[in-house]
Design a protein around this ligand. Sequence first.
Ligand code: ADP
Ligand code: MG
Length: 602
Amino acid sequence: TNRPSLKPSFTINNSNSTPSNPIPSKTHPFSNAFHFLKPYLLSLHKPILSAWLCSALSVFSLSKLISKFSTISATATATAIDASQLLVLGCLVITRLVASYGQHALLWDAALKAVYELRVHVFERVVERELEYFESKDGVSVGDIAYRITAEASDVADTLYAVLNTIVPSTLQLFAMMTQMLIVSPVLTLISAMVIPSMALVVAFLGQELRKISREAHLSIAALSAYLNEMLPAILFVKANNGELCERVRFKKLAQIDYSAKLNKRRMKAVIPQVIQAIYFGILSILCAGSLMISRGSFDGYRLVSFVTSLLFLIEPIQDVGKAYNEWKQGEPAVERLIAMTTFKDKVVEKPDAVDLDYITGELKFCDVSFKYIDDMPHVLNGLNLLIRAGEIVALVGPSGGGKTTLVKLLLRLYDPISGRILIDNHNIQNIQLQSLRRHVGLVSQDITLFSGTVAENIGYRDLTTKIDMERVKHVAQTAHADEFIRKLPEGYKTNIGPRGSTLSGGQRQRLAIARALYQNPSVLILDEATSALDSKSELLVRQAVERLMENRTVLVIAHRLETVLMATRVFLLDNGRLEEVPRSTLLDSHKDSLISSGLVI
Ligand code: ADP
Ligand code: MG
């Protein structure tokens, strides 16, 4: 498999193989998130040690201070802290600062690495998914996917960090302080502990609410992102149709929904710390109980002060636990939505014993192929039979919506037929590795896909992550009549052509697409209306480029133009899911006019 050129600064576990790090099917979303943390659990000893050092130092210096303070209050004779003690205390403080920094930096490192793995895993699964996932009527929108992989994955990092950060130091501090309290007064400890269960109950309830509300907040922002992803690429259309006002209204509506959802979430998040503050009531009750005990003579002021001080230092870790719980509940929907994208059953799958074909001659055979997209709808293709010999050029004409592109999708195995078989060189394409199949079958379609990046990267897309052969790029560009305009670009082959190649004209885009197909050099070439929308100036150049592209391979050309159709050895009409051969003579003699008037060729 190709390695991405972008190398992260740490060694990535397993991510060289596809798919990376499969997720076990556990029910709780966080067991999935923590699954990605596993490879880094061993490296967690450093932040854990730092955290412990931190907590130990805090606890140690605290208990020293507490005992000093209580001695002072008990004996009422103020003993000044001498220089050496001050030095030791200073060193302790500095060590604690360093250890604290280490703890945070290292915990973030672990959390971010786990999210990196999660992200890579989700991305791999998403790009692997069959086409239907993206283009069916209940398919996900790209904006939603983008939002999940970017922002929601970051939320997961926050959650992991918060949880790790709490589990380690706060719990330690919690236990240390509780022990101290127990030693001083078991009775008072019991009283103060009574506040906690009721508090925990309320917090747990609020946590469930927070989870629901967070989910809504995720949905609303994902909807906003999906909207922007659909609208902005269509900005030309929007402007040409005076759509700015209408888009503003649509955007505001979605933004308002997000506002309410976010506000609800923030409110709920703000409630939980307040509930935790109820621990102050605990302190109040301790003071009451303590003073009662003192008045009865079963307790003394020195121990009460010591106890309450310990209790005060308990508030911070308890609040941290509350915060982590908050983060946890808030992060759950993000993890769920990410994991939901990775657990699926595709219909188009590669067989384990699928073969990798080195070379094919390019003979294509469709045997009784039937297909429909939606179960209770009529067939798009119905019992289709076709044999295309290696090196032959076959044209396909037919009314729009007749199923021509669908046929192409089946040949590329973007969908599988409901019945029938498609053979390449007598291999059922279902027995060929998908990679191998799509290497041998090249597609140039009407809506040309270009990426932001240089001209060379777009032409040499096949080798994008390995090494683009510049000689080859230039050679194919010349063959495709693209070299001339590329040289005139500001930086030649190194010119960035903008998002989706937006800086190029239609004819230029087409010639780039042809050059890219030449670079790929497939044995079977499909031209799906690739030359349908041409401006007259570039028409000749593109047609010549197409002719060169067609040389020495099997070609299936879907076309509306008579001159393109005439390049074919045989012509077929696809209508109503059925295929019939159009005698070439029809195209040449008087019947031509009837074909033209029916709109099948122009
Ligand atoms: P052509 O390329 O001949 O114009 P297509 O193969 O694109 O036609 O479409 C054939 C039929 O299949 C059309 O009726 C179209 O509405 C339907 N169709 C195409 N893609 C999908 C899809 N993803 N889901 C459902 N129906 C589809
Ligand atoms: Mg089509």
